[in-house]
Ligand binder design. Sequence first.
Ligand SMILES: [Zn+2]
Length: 274
Amino acid sequence: MPELPEVESVRRYLECIVIGKKIDCVQVYCPKIIQNCAVESFTQKLQGQVFQAIRRRGKYLIFECSDYILLSHLRMEGKYLFHPRREIKKHEHVVFQMADMDLIYQDTRKFGTMHLFSKTVDVLTIPPLSLMGPEPFAEELTASYLYDALKNKKQAIKASLLEQKIICGLGNIYVDEVLFDAKIHPGQAGNTLSLDNLQELISSIQKIIARAIELGGTTIRSFTVHHDIHGRFQNELQIHSQDKCPVCKQQVKRMRIAGRTTYYCAVCQSVDKK
Ligand SMILES: [Zn+2]
């Protein structure tokens, strides 16, 4: 599943290609992807729009057009492809036709979503974006912010970090990496972490996400930014999908948290009490 660094790589890639281009016509072959308006309205409104900017909030791509904002979430396996006009293939669900190329949204699982908003509203202040916690590099992400946000959370810290409401952008891979780096057990209750633990956690989040963005994200299983572009962070994974802990050389353990396979080192990530 693409997480913040992968979505950021997709954003940078799309930005180089679509800015300034006009959408001549949109075709939707899987209506359930379009979330907040009828397919007809979606295609009509986007016709003639020019892509002006592409931003990101958490794992959402924000396509800023002349009069509308298109939000796109890739979920498990969504991808954007560019191709000169051709017949659509299996798993290609939305096509944005432009003069020289088509921007094609492909998604084998069809879990991805698109929302369309008028530019007259501030999309950051309405759902789904208003429901998200701060970005990893936001000023408001401080140890005391996390301490307050987690003070009633008895669930595993990993589950809280995956929810996107306390902090956005982290998914299964990076949460495992961040907790290993901060020496926090993924199953430890969020409300038992000290301010020092949380300061460590923020430092680890910022260090790992910055490095992953620098390397173009992680190419793992289904995710590639584009068939020609592969992230390189998978070569730096310390704990996720690894056999031995790189620090103490013990066997890496696995457990399930929030339905996700979680990798951790039982020696290096012991449960601390505040
Ligand atoms: Zn270890």
